[in-house]
Design a binder for this molecule. Structure first.
Ligand SMILES: O=c1ccn([C@@H]2O[C@H](COP(=O)(O)O)[C@@H](O)[C@H]2O)c(=O)[nH]1
Length: 272
């Protein structure tokens, strides 16, 4: 079964397209956990409680690798423990935005798909086809390639014209071509903060799954997502708005409420 088929089946069964982002910042942990002498232990407990509180409304969890790497030597065990804690009915995404020459990219791919059991990862297209290809060789897994990202700096390069269209669209079309060798292994990251780019990427590559960050803390709109979800599978990520909904002992309940509210707003995007 391809990654995309598995994702669609999960979304249909659970009626949710919500991806909860796990970006654990030790300085933002709820106050009751901040007293823990080892921040890695606190992060591990925090993430397990967030997973328990949101698993009924999440079809995916996106773990931003930067936050685990920044825990130093304790980061890898926390990453492994968090993955082991995942329920069966979700997919996991390693958000490391990898992208290097082919011989090195193969090792990045091996780390997330062989050493760690991630279902998908994020990849930067800047270094071209050989930097992306190793991630597309794993049957049943997927690589989401950055197109038009959600941050203000996306305008610096991604919107430059390339053969008469924005560079991010040329990237999206190239990824669609590259993925033909092993269908179902590629997706695209496109931010919710630019409704025009979201619609354009979706029109250029209808059918490729879209990982959409930028709602919640970054203020991206929901309606344009509902439009593109009519023809493309979508996974909508929210991290800080859910994780840090409260910094008191009710943080898990508050996270559940935020996640449920976003799931409800996105119900129309679920496959029937
Ligand atoms: O274009 C992009 C690509 C990745 N991200 C990542 O998604 C989350 C968003 O966090 P929020 O707290 O919901 O804003 C974070 O891990 C980013 O690194 C993105 O925001 N935009």
């Amino acid at each position: 079964m391809t990654f995309t088929d598995r994702l669609r089946a999960l979304q249909r069964r659970k009626q949710t397209v919500l991806c909860v982002g796990l970006d654990p910042d030790p300085a933002r942990l709820p106050r009751p956990l901040r007293g823990e002498s080892n921040p890695a232990t606190a992060v591990r407990t925090f993430l397990q409680q967030i997973i328990d509180a949101t698993r009924h409304v999440a079809c995916a969890y996106k773990l931003n690798l930067a936050f685990f790497e920044a825990l130093g030597r304790d980061g890898w065990p926390v990453l492994e423990a968090t993955l082991q804690y995942m329920p069966d009915d979700v997919v996991t995404i390693a958000d490391g935005k990898r992208g290097d020459i082919g011989s090195s990219a193969r090792f990045y791919a091996r780390a997330v798909f062989e050493l760690l059991p991630f279902d998908a990862c994020t990849v930067s297209p800047y270094m071209g086809r050989d930097a992306v290809a190793p991630f597309l060789e794993y049957e049943g897994r997927a690589a989401f390639v950055l197109t038009r990202t959600s941050n203000p700096g996306a305008r610096d390069f991604q919107e430059r014209r390339c053969d008469g269209e924005p560079l991010y669209l040329a990237v999206a079309r190239a990824v669609a071509r590259w993925s033909q060798e092993l269908p179902g292994t590629a997706g695209l990251v496109v931010g919710a903060t630019d409704a025009y780019a979201l619609a354009a990427v979706h029109l250029a590559c209808a059918g490729l799954p879209l990982l959409i960050p930028g709602v919640g803390a970054q203020g991206g709109a929901i309606d344009p997502i509902l439009q593109v979800a009519r023809r493309s599978p979508v996974l909508v990520n929210s991290s800080r708005q859910i994780l840090y909904a409260s910094d008191r002992s009710d943080f898990a309940e508050a996270a559940a409420r935020e996640a449920e509210a976003l799931r409800d707003q996105l119900l129309e995007a679920c496959p029937s």
